[in-house]
Ligand binder design. Structure first.
Ligand code: PAF
Length: 312
């Protein structure tokens, strides 16, 4: 694994890979002293972080490109790659979650990452499972939280730890994990974490499937079935002028007609509180779906501007 300091233009260079806290601190310190390019003046520039669990796809790479823009040419883009045990429940795919650090680093060459921080669990949790954790509160009890108890607490705990370790000015998260993004925004606000949180729109395959590391689990016919999720969201959004009941109804119809798709939840929620909207709601909402296709659990969402239901 490369440990030479970066020396090319930000967008072209191969990132420096660090595995331990001292290596990360060293990379940060060198950055502060010499700037992004060896010999270049250290200028103002932000540090931007993209947190991932690896198995990188185009959606992650888009986050990194945006991070490069946020950081500026003199800033530093750090990508973390860590499969966080705390956010997996019993019987979930912690052990089988795809891990390919060399492949991930190769994908990151040329998209603007400066440093990859890829710690092992004992680096992140040196004292074993943390006794004190972050609670997502109410946000962690509904939708994803209801299906995966403790999941969002585990996410927030590692996100806060990584924020302390990386010390970013800005952190970018994908809108595909909408509830996670909401929970992170809320944590940053409620706990006065001095980091700006930026959401980046979901990247989709040409046929509408939201990119996800878990898509790799899908057999070809399952992948075809999985298209029902994005189809349902589009159908729901297209019914926005029939009010909240119209949105839910049309999305539900698509899912009901889809073979081999077991719906976990379909919900239209307030994008700040994650509370389900009432039938007479109008305004910006988020339509969220989670479903199992074969043994793979997928999530997707879409922003919907809901008009009040017109009585016909
Ligand atoms: O979205 C993810 O990949 C993870 O939940 C995150 C934010 C990296 C925390 O482990």
């Amino acid at each position: 694994m490369t440990t030479t300091p970066p020396s090319a233009e930000p967008a072209q260079r191969t990132p420096l890979v660090v595995r331990t806290r001292p290596e990360l601190q060293d990379a940060q310190m060198r950055w502060a002293l010499t700037g992004p390019v060896e010999g270049a003046e250290a200028g103002p520039g932000q540090r931007a972080v993209v947190m991932t669990m690896g198995a990188l796809h185009e959606g992650h790479l888009e986050l990194v490109r945006q991070a490069r823009t946020e950081a500026g040419p003199n800033g530093q883009v750090v990508v973390t790659i860590f499969v966080n045990p705390l956010q997996f429940g019993a019987g979930e795919d912690l052990d089988t979650y795809p891990r390919d650090l060399d492949g991930d680093v190769a994908k990151l060459a040329g998209v603007g990452a400066d440093v990859v921080f890829a710690p092992t669990p004992d680096v992140v949790y040196p004292d074993g499972d943390p006794v004190v954790r972050v609670s997502a509160g109410r946000i962690g009890e509904v939708l994803e939280g209801a299906s995966r108890p403790g999941h969002l607490d585990g996410v927030l705990t590692v996100v806060l730890k990584l924020m302390h370790l990386v010390r970013p000015d800005v952190a970018l998260f994908g809108e595909k994990d909408a509830q996670q993004l909401l929970a992170v925004r809320r944590m940053v606000r409620d706990l006065e974490v001095p980091v700006e949180v930026v959401g980046v729109p979901t990247v989709r395959e040409a046929d509408g499937l939201a990119m996800s590391s878990r898509n790799a689990y899908l057999a070809p016919e399952e992948r075809e079935r999985a298209l029902a999720l994005s189809r349902a969201l589009r159908a729901g959004a297209a019914a926005a002028d029939r009010g909240a009941p119209g949105v839910i109804n049309d999305a539900r119809e698509v899912l009901d007609g889809a073979d081999g798709v077991v719906v976990d939840y379909l919900a239209l929620v307030d994008p700040v509180t994650v509370d389900a909207v009432t039938d007479d709601f109008s305004g910006p909402a988020l339509l969220l779906v989670a479903a199992r296709v074969g043994s793979t659990r997928l999530i997707d969402n879409q922003a919907v501007e809901v008009s009040p239901e017109v009585q016909r």
